[in-house]
Design a binder for this molecule. Structure first.
Ligand SMILES: O=C(O)CCC(=O)C(=O)O
Ligand SMILES: [Fe+2]
Length: 326
């Protein structure tokens, strides 16, 4: 039997509250970016300015982000409270909604994301936009996507994709009026000790398949893969409990055990506006509790971005070296 050693991770804080001076400075930097030509998030000139501005973030915030990107800790997630949001229009209700304009909240999110690595979008998802809206959409209530409002099953983001994000950042602009919607985060680092060595070995074997959603036009791998990979004592996860299929009965039982272990340690985050949650998509899964949208312009509204720590690795899948992964 393989020996299981305790994990040593170093991140001290899972949640940080920005002080007044830091808030003011982030707001000032975000404000400058709203005025930076051409004022469009997906534009390379604007992104270059945002990358520079990210380096000027207050040291306390920059340090927290840098340490988190080096080691996301037992929680595999970081929450930052107190980022600027400002006055908002009604919550969008359209499908595939994205933010293209350099607004204050989008700029604040980009400033933080750029401190972790390079932002990417996916061609098959929301037109490759870097900043996407996570909003409930009428008619999509039951969909297993972020447009739905039923329980969203725990998943690795874009689990099927060889260049799935390293980090997923979700920034709250508006919470739902009933306060029901919660982002659920489950760290594999907290769950792994609840599994037997045999279950972990099965989970690491290519006995699972994750199909891409139809919008991705068959890109990605439908080849069999392990749900766990890398270090036995601190593995990476690749699983979506809606989209991943075990290929035999023992694999199915091991996957069910993993699901139960994750449910034992899952955390639920109820946002207030200005809260940012960054999930390390390699070691933590996320999902969402059900909620009751009203489609009255006051529904829950998050911005979402994806980050790669090493953009070079996906170069063959990014046309022209841009930020959209195919
Ligand atoms: O709505 C949420 O809190 C999370 C939705 C989600 O999984 C996502 O946008 O990737
Ligand atoms: Fe997700």
């Amino acid at each position: 039997m393989t020996e299981i050693s305790p994990l040593t991770t170093t991140l001290e804080k899972e949640s940080i509250y920005l002080g007044l001076d830091v808030r003011r400075e982030v707001k000032r930097l975000a404000g400058l970016l709203t005025e930076t030509a051409p004022g469009l998030l997906d534009n390379p000139h604007w992104l270059a300015a945002a990358r520079d501005a990210s380096c000027a973030l207050p040291a306390a915030l920059r340090t927290a982000l840098r340490n988190f990107s080096a080691d996301s800790g037992q929680a595999g997630a970081l929450q930052i409270h107190g980022l600027p949001v400002g006055p908002l229009p009604p919550t969008p209700t359209r499908r595939e909604s994205v933010e293209r304009r350099a607004t204050v909240p989008a700029s604040a999110l980009v400033l933080c994301a750029m401190a972790l690595g390079e932002m990417v979008g996916f061609e098959g998802e929301k037109h490759g936009a870097l900043v996407q809206n996570v909003v409930p959409v009428p008619g999509e209530e039951r969909s297993q996507s972020n447009a739905g409002s039923v329980d969203l099953e725990m998943h690795t983001e874009n689990a099927f994709h060889p260049h799935r994000p390293d980090f997923v950042a979700l920034f709250c602009l508006r919470q739902d009026v009933h306060g029901e919607a919660g982002l659920r985060i489950a760290s594999l680092r907290r769950a792994i000790g609840l599994l037997s060595a045999e279950q972990r070995e099965i989970l690491a074997e290519p006995r699972f398949r994750t199909d891409p959603p139809p919008s991705f036009n068959g890109s990605g791998t439908a080849a069999a893969h392990g749900v766990l990979s890398g270090a036995f004592e601190d593995p990476d996860a690749q699983v979506d409990f809606h989209a991943t299929t075990p290929l035999d009965a023992r694999a199915g039982r091991a996957m069910a055990a993993l699901r139960e272990a994750l449910e034992t340690i899952v955390d639920t985050v109820y946002f207030t506006p200005g809260d940012l949650a960054i999930v390390d998509n390699r070691v933590a899964l996320h999902g969402r509790t059900p909620f009751s949208p009203r489609y009255d312009g006051q529904d829950r509204w998050l911005h979402r971005v994806f980050v790669h720590t090493d953009a070079r690795r996906s170069r063959a899948r990014r046309v022209g070296g841009g930020h959209v992964v195919s």
